[in-house]
Write a new protein. Sequence first.
Length: 448
Amino acid sequence: MQTHVRLGHAAVAAALLVSACKSPDKSPPPADSSATVASKAPACGDANSGITVPAGFCVTVFADSIAHGRHATVASNGDVYVTVEGTGAPKDKTAPPPPTVSFVALRDTNHDGHADIISRVGTIGNTGIGLANGYLYVDEGTQLVRYQRADTALVPAGKREVVIDGIPLPGHRARNFVIGADSMLIMNVGSPSNSCQVKDRANESPGMDPCSELATRAGLFRFDARKTGQHFSSSARFATGIRNGMGLDYGPDGKLYATQHGRDQLHDNWPRLFPTTQYQAENPAEELLQVNEKDDFGWPYCYYAVDEKKLVDAPEYGGDGKKSGRCDSKKAPVAAFPGHWAPMSLLFYKGSAFPAKYRDGAFISFHGSWNRAPDPQAGYKIVFQPLASGATSSAYEVFADGFAAVPAAQLQPGTAKHRPTGLAMGPDGAMYVTDDMGGRIYRISAAK
C-alpha cells in the first residue's frame, strides 16, 4: 500500500492512524522519549541489496524509489522520516526540476524490515530532519519548520510552523541540524564558495582577507528548538571555520561532533604551487571535529594536509602546502579521512543491538565527490571510527560497502548506482541508511 499526501504551507493533513508514536532518542536524548514498541525480527537480509557488511549483520532494502532522499530520523515506534532534496533550480537546464516534496514518512506495519506504507508530504525539501519535543523538524533551505505530531499518526497533523527564517543561500545548501536535551538546536550553514576567493574557483585568485563569508556562513549556528519566529543572524554563530558540516551528532561523552567537507581544486587553481593533479586528489583530508562554542577550525585560511598531518595555510592566503603559521592556533580535527570522500552524515550508535565495540566510536557515511583525478573516485561507503575519550583509538574500518555497484575505473558521482547519505538509528537498534542517488533506504540490523 502507498499513499501520497501533497500539502501546502498552511497545514499538514492527518493520515494513517496506527500505533502509538512519540519522539525518538536524540543525543543527548530529549525529555519526551518513550518506550519502544515490540517488533518482530525481519529475515536476515535481502539477496539483492548488494551491500557488504561485517559478519553478524543483515541488510534489507527498507524502501525503494525515494528519489533524492537526504537525512533521516526514526521515531520511537519505528516510523521513519526522510527529507527530499529539492531547493533551488537544477544546474543543468535540461535536467528535470527538483521534486516538489518536503519529506517522506514510512511505516513497516508487519515488522518484516520493509516499509509498506509510504507518504510523501509537503512541497519544499532540503537535507536536515529531526524529532524532538513532540515535533518533526524539517529543513527547507531558507527556513527550518516544524510540525506537531499526533501520538498515533504517521503523518503529522499539526500545522507547519516556521522556527527559523532568513537562512542564507546559495552555495552549500544543506541545513542539517541536531537538537539536544536542553532543546538547543545547532544548525550547519555551509560556505557559498570553495575557498573564499575574490573570484570563486578562479586560477590564482587571492582569498578575501578577512573572509566576509564567516559572518553568516561556514559554521554552526545556535537556536532554540522550542521557539518559533526566530530570524537567522550572525549573532547566532556557535562555531566557525567549517566549510560544510553535514554530519552532526552528540557523542557518548555528551560533546558535539561534526564532519567537514574539505575544499577542492588545489592543483586546478594553483598549478604553480601544486604542479600535479595527484596532490589535489589526496588533499585536503575530510575531517571529524569535536565542536565547542567559539571553536575555530580554520576554513578558508587553512586545510588539513594529508602528508603534513596538520592544518596548513591555504594557497589563497600565502600557503604552499607546508606553511602553517596562520593555522597553528586553529582547532585540529579528531580524525582525518581520505580527500574528497564527502562525509554526509554522522551517527554515534546508542543502541544495544550492535556489538559493544560500536558504542565507542562514530559511523560516518561518505557518498563520494568528484575532485580525485587522476586517482579513481572513492567514498561510497560507511566507515566506523573507533574513539576513546574524544580521540581516535585506532584506524577507521569500513562497515558497509558496495553502494556504488560499478567498477572503480567507471566510478563518478553520476555513474554510481547508489550513494549513502543519511544515517539514523531505530528503536530496535537497527541502522537506516538513505541513498540520494538510487532512491533506496537500507536497514542494517544485527543478526539474531
